[in-house]
Design a protein around this ligand. Structure first.
Ligand SMILES: N[C@@H](CCC(=O)N[C@@H](CS)C(=O)NCC(=O)O)C(=O)O
Length: 295
């Protein structure tokens, strides 16, 4: 019998802060709102992004780099690091922008008063509409792109909060949970695989905000880099997703966007804060640490 089947839930759930709830138990709380006062920094550009280089954060930085690559100068941005392991998402300034205390969060100072945007899907839509790019003009294709964008937002909690949590983070491996969510994630990969068998991109011929939303989760999953679950999920069998992933991964804006606010992995791929395009050449973590060591 697994440990989980011995648990009898009490009549009313209560919060036991000392219980081992896994890797994120120190930051997870059953109440919303800020835990401490913290004014957020503001840089020189109208767009201020408060984020972390997780798949949800990277969606936004890829779109911003794609907009800049297209020549939209108004998409210049400052990207500040929010360390969710340290609970920075519960600072008062961050909660003012995102009452849900999750990265990414955007403040657009080009409007008066500044416009707050939270939820990565909403941020992608806001930016695509603001700059008139990566969202098709034709109603049918636009609707298809939005359907896939909302598909990602609705489906990924089963990949992250479901599969990833129980496969990679939970303190005990529970077969029932891993089975349930592995099956669902494989079904989702098959949904994408079938769509991409007959379409170059998710909305059709055009690369859109839907591809930008889905790639950091399901594309990177097929490279084995998400939860180290490549072999377990047999990701290479989703040939069309693999083909699509390879096409997206080589885009220069995708490479740049994937480095922003990144705080793990090889140091040369980590641009923890981004305030200027030149930061990619001069402010990656390997260069910052080499300069500090030389002093
Ligand atoms: N639906 C949200 C999910 C955002 C999300 O889950 N962010 C995670 C990091 S990837 C986070 O901030 N977690 C901190 C926490 O849960 O306290 C979105 O797409 O913006």
């Amino acid at each position: 019998m697994s440990e989980s089947s011995a648990y009898e839930p009490p009549k009313v759930w209560s919060w036991d802060k000392e219980k081992n709830g896994g890797q994120f138990s120190k930051i997870n709380r059953p109440i919303a709102g800020s835990t401490h006062e913290k004014v957020l920094p503001v840089g020189k550009h109208p767009l201020q992004l408060y984020s972390l280089g997780t798949p949800n954060g990277v969606k936004v930085t890829i779109l911003l780099e794609e907009l800049l690559a297209l020549g939209h100068e108004g998409a210049e941005y400052d990207a500040w690091l929010i360390n969710i392991g340290e609970g920075e998402q519960f600072g008062s300034g961050f909660v003012d922008i995102n009452p849900n205390s999750k990265i990414p969060a955007l403040l657009d100072h080009s409007t008066t008063p500044p416009t707050r945007v939270f939820e990565s899907g909403s941020i992608l839509l806001y930016l695509a509409e603001k700059f008139g790019a990566f969202l098709p003009k034709d109603a049918r294709t636009r609707t298809e792109a939005l359907s896939w964008l909302f598909w990602q937002m609705g489906s990924t909690p089963y990949l992250g909060g479901g599969f990833g949590h129980f496969y990679a983070y939970a303190p005990t491996k529970i077969e029932y949970c891993i089975d349930r969510f592995a099956m669902e994630v494989k079904r989702q990969l098959d949904v994408l695989d079938q769509r991409l068998a007959t379409n170059k991109f998710l909305a059709g011929d055009e690369y859109t905000l839907a591809d930008i939303a889905v790639y950091p989760w399901y594309g990177v999953l097929t490279t084995g880099k998400v939860y180290n679950a490549g072999e377990f999920l047999d990701v290479e069998s989703y040939k069309n997703v693999v083909r699509w992933t390879k096409e997206i991964a080589v885009r220069p804006a995708v490479k740049r966007g994937s480095m922003v606010n990144r705080a793990m992995g090889p140091l040369e791929n980590q641009l923890r804060e981004r305030h200027d395009p030149s930061d990619f050449d001069t402010k990656t973590q390997d260069k910052i640490e080499a300069a500090t060591a030389a002093k």
